[in-house]
Ligand binder design. Structure first.
Ligand SMILES: [Zn+2]
Length: 437
């Protein structure tokens, strides 16, 4: 017996590739998309559900490609260490479960992890896979691999918090240690390794150097690639971007000081860039509006600097940010592949505000909405190695779909409010159904 079908008619179709196609129809049968067309919809068979989507857009489910599952517990200050040590692992797992639900409710049917503690991403992935909880598809990340004494080393000032909890970062020195850790974490089910490759992105002065030696980096990247897994790198400095691209790192996160030579190296490596600029926008907004009469904004060495020293640091951070604003359109022009996502769950940007990042690229940097939405759809699927199965709306692909009230291609803000998502499908299953019966 043929499977029951859902026939979406008169949709404004954004297929994840090209411009909107008004008046399109899409047929979902079981887990798959079986027909996509612009002409009249196929005749319904008994038992089929026909949904008229006039005024609404059908698009691929989106991918948050920089998902910190456990972020979202903090004392209300930007200086709180967000290192996976804010609470117990069981508590962080509960927070992560909530965050996963939040992004799903906002239309993200996939997430790519960007560091977490205690293999929480792997647990989430397995819980979703076993149907214990509903959630997006998860590309589970490792803890953040890094070298001793650098920016993200939580033990620099808060070593005492490491006692009894391994936290979100993992210190490794020497190629053998990097290789062993990569083997271990990928063996435990992670899909992507996060590394901290250089200073910057919210700290200054960021000397232009790379944390890892070439040997350390290659030990990690080669070990991951041999296993069909990926590597992503917190990579603000020019030196680190060049080093990571040349070593074949799959995702260059932040890329603050990218220049033309970096763009060339990134293109040659076919790496993705994930700019994550909303964090910088919100950070600078808060820091530059800080009331310094009550003490300087809390960044800097040991939090004991004068207001002038702190203001100098903020000027350097702003200069990096403005450089990225200038370079990002050039990178796009050159053909660099982008994905989207940011440090949601930090105090200045809760999970659920993901579309604010989209809006920044569209409204402030003037990047076409279509381009930004492609990062969020086909880009995420390509990063996860799944573009043959999802990421776009095409016959034979899995039905990971959103029905949006309005047209995100002409007004990106309509994705902001989850109430505008009338349906969310993963694998052909309606996880949200606010469509007419
Ligand atoms: Zn991050």
């Amino acid at each position: 017996m043929a499977e029951t079908r859902t026939i979406f008619t008169r949709a404004n179709l954004f297929d994840g590739e090209g411009p909107g196609r008004p008046g399109a129809h899409v047929v979902v049968e079981g887990r798959h998309i079986t027909q996509v067309g612009d002409g009249p919809a196929p005749a319904a068979r008994p038992g089929d559900r026909v949904v008229d989507l006039e005024g609404r857009t059908l698009m691929p489910g989106m991918c948050q490609s920089h998902f910190h599952s456990c972020f979202g517990v903090f004392g209300g200050s930007i200086s709180s260490p967000i290192l996976g040590l804010e609470a117990s692992a069981p508590f962080l797992t509960i927070v992560a479960t909530r965050n996963l639900r939040t992004v799903l409710d906002h239309g993200f049917t996939s997430v790519v992890g960007s560091s977490n503690g205690d293999y929480i991403d792997v647990a989430l992935k397995e819980a979703v896979g076993q149907g214990i909880i509903e959630g997006p598809r998860i590309y589970a990340c490792t803890r953040e691999f890094m070298t001793t004494g650098e920016q993200a080393d939580g033990e620099n000032r808060t070593w005492f918090m490491q006692i009894g909890n391994k936290g979100l970062t993992r210190k490794l020195d020497g190629p053998e240690a990097w290789r062993a850790a990569t083997r271990e974490d990928l063996g435990r089910g992670c899909d992507i390794v996060k590394i901290s490759a250089g200073p910057g992105h919210g700290s200054a002065p960021a000397r232009d150097y790379a944390y890892l030696t070439d040997d350390e980096l290659r030990a990690c990247v080669d070990t991951a690639h041999e296993r069909g897994k990926k590597v992503r790198a917190h990579c603000p400095t020019r030196t680190a971007i060049l080093q990571c691209a040349r070593a074949g790192v799959d995702v260059i996160d932040h890329a603050d000081r990218m220049d033309d030579e970096c763009i060339e190296a990134i293109l040659a490596a076919d790496s993705f860039v994930l700019p994550s600029m909303l964090w910088s926008v919100r950070f600078l907004e808060m820091a530059e509006n800080w009331d310094h009469s009550a003490g300087p904004f809390p960044i800097g060495e040991g939090f004991s600097e004068s207001t002038d020293q702190v203001l100098d640091r903020l000027r350097l951070i702003r200069a990096d940010f403005e450089h990225t604003c200038r370079m990002l359109p050039r990178a796009i022009e050159a053909g660099v592949k982008l994905v989207i996502g940011d440090d949601f769950g930090t105090p200045i940007m809760p999970h659920g505000e993901e579309i604010a990042e989209f809006e920044f690229y569209v409204k402030t940097l003037g990047i076409p909405t279509l381009e930004v939405l492609r990062w969020a759809t086909r880009g995420g699927a390509e990063l996860m190695g799944a573009l043959d199965r999802r990421g776009t709306i095409a016959e034979g692909k899995l039905a990971d779909l959103l029905v949006v009230d309005g047209d995100p291609l002409t007004d990106i803000t309509c994705l902001r409010d989850p109430a505008n998502l009338h349906a969310i499908l993963i694998d052909g299953r309606m996880l949200k159904d606010a469509l007419p019966a």
